[in-house]
Design a protein around this ligand. Structure first.
Ligand SMILES: Cc1cc2nc3c(=O)[nH]c(=O)nc-3n(C[C@H](O)[C@H](O)[C@H](O)COP(=O)(O)OP(=O)(O)OC[C@H]3O[C@@H](n4cnc5c(N)ncnc54)[C@H](O)[C@@H]3O)c2cc1C
Length: 310
């Protein structure tokens, strides 16, 4: 174990020298997730550009280290025991956005959805307003096929650019991609570099009004003042997970500082020092009760990552 730690330190030093981006050892995952939960990630890397990213992936592959892309961590529950994988964070290098006229907007994977929404509003481009209030990145939004207000990312994206080890960079048109409810199927090792969106020209004041209305509705229906990872479960076909959980009488139920929200039962909130184990306990309780009392199998929308608790 000690040797493994030493090897990783050496690897981190080597990576620091070879890339122009930043390397963070023993990153505290609480700081990188909207849940404010999670142990330590031994190595988090922030590639500055595509060359850096290709090098980071190649070095991890050569070293036999598993890696994973991290967006804003707004759909993740990270183990209290931390993460073994090297986490590759695109938020410091992949921040480019450009509007190319005729309603086309290109954004890199690390761009915050909130930033993209604002830019589109200012440019008078409509179609992404539903992303207002979704606290993720373009990459995470695409991977999750983020959606709200009856829309989803797959409806406005026209092309996605990828990097995949070892073949490099390529792009695919929307039609060639397999989007589903809250997911985009990626091949193993496939990284989203950015995407192109096709939007409609519209009056910025109307766009702004829609955004404000969506944000107002979120404030009223979601516990956004507390750390969370958004909806915990996917809605089963034709039903709402929140309503099911409410009918099970679980609103407000707690395990330590983790609580099933009183406002929106499909949110679990962190009231201070919640542990991943406590959130998982609530998830299990909901699942088990939904199956036993209603015959419904609830599937999680949030992704649980990291070392097994034990
Ligand atoms: C208060 C709140 C409200 C929310 N509301 C909504 C909502 O209305 N609708 C909705 O759909 N979601 C919602 N979410 C969930 C979440 O914000 C979205 O799923 C978001 O798209 C996740 O983006 P992220 O950048 O945080 O991704 P992360 O959580 O960091 O990652 C999610 C997954 O995407 C992968 N990934 C990220 N970037 C890349 C990349 N560049 N290439 C390949 N894989 C990548 C990660 O490896 C991981 O598997 C909400 C969350 C919160 C906390």
């Amino acid at each position: 174990m000690k040797d493994k730690g030493k090897d990783l330190e050496k690897f981190a030093r080597k990576m620091s020298k070879e890339i122009s981006g930043r390397v963070e050892e023993r990153a505290l995952m609480k700081r990188y997730t909207s849940f404010r939960i999670g142990g330590i990630c031994e190595l988090m890397v922030f590639p500055k550009n595509r060359e850096d990213l290709a090098l980071v992936v190649e070095m991890c592959e050569n070293q036999g280290l598993a890696w994973k892309i991290l967006g804003r961590g707004s759909n993740l529950l990270v183990s209290d025991q931390g993460v073994d994988e090297v986490l590759i964070n695109l938020q410091e290098g992949f921040k480019g956005v450009e509007s190319g006229g005729k309603g086309l907007v290109k954004a890199e994977a690390g761009v915050r959805l909130a930033h993209l929404v604002k830019l589109c509003q200012d440019e008078g481009l409509s179609g992404l307003e539903f992303c207002a209030g979704i606290p993720g990145t373009v990459g995470g939004g695409l991977k999750m096929n983020a959606g709200a207000e009856g829309s989803e990312i797959k409806k406005v994206v026209t092309r996605v650019e990828f990097h995949r080890y070892p073949e490099g960079v390529y792009s695919r048109r929307q039609k060639e991609l397999r989007f589903e409810y809250r997911s985009l199927e990626l091949r193993e090792r496939e990284i989203i570099l950015g995407a192109e969106f096709e939007l409609r020209e519209s009056d910025p004041r109307e766009i702004r009004a829609r955004i404000l209305e969506y944000l107002r509705s979120r404030r009223q229906t979601q516990p956004i003042q507390w750390p969370s990872a958004g909806s915990v479960f996917k809605n089963p076909p034709g039903k709402y997970a929140g309503k099911i959980i409410e009918e099970l009488g679980l609103k407000g139920h707690r395990s330590g500082d983790a609580q099933i929200s009183e406002l929106h039962a499909n949110f679990i909130i962190n009231r201070g020092r919640a542990k991943a184990t406590q959130v998982l306990e609530l998830i299990e309780l909901i699942r088990e009760k939904a199956l036993r009392e209603k015959g419904i199998r609830l599937e999680t929308e949030i992704e649980v990552i990291g070392r097994e608790n034990g």
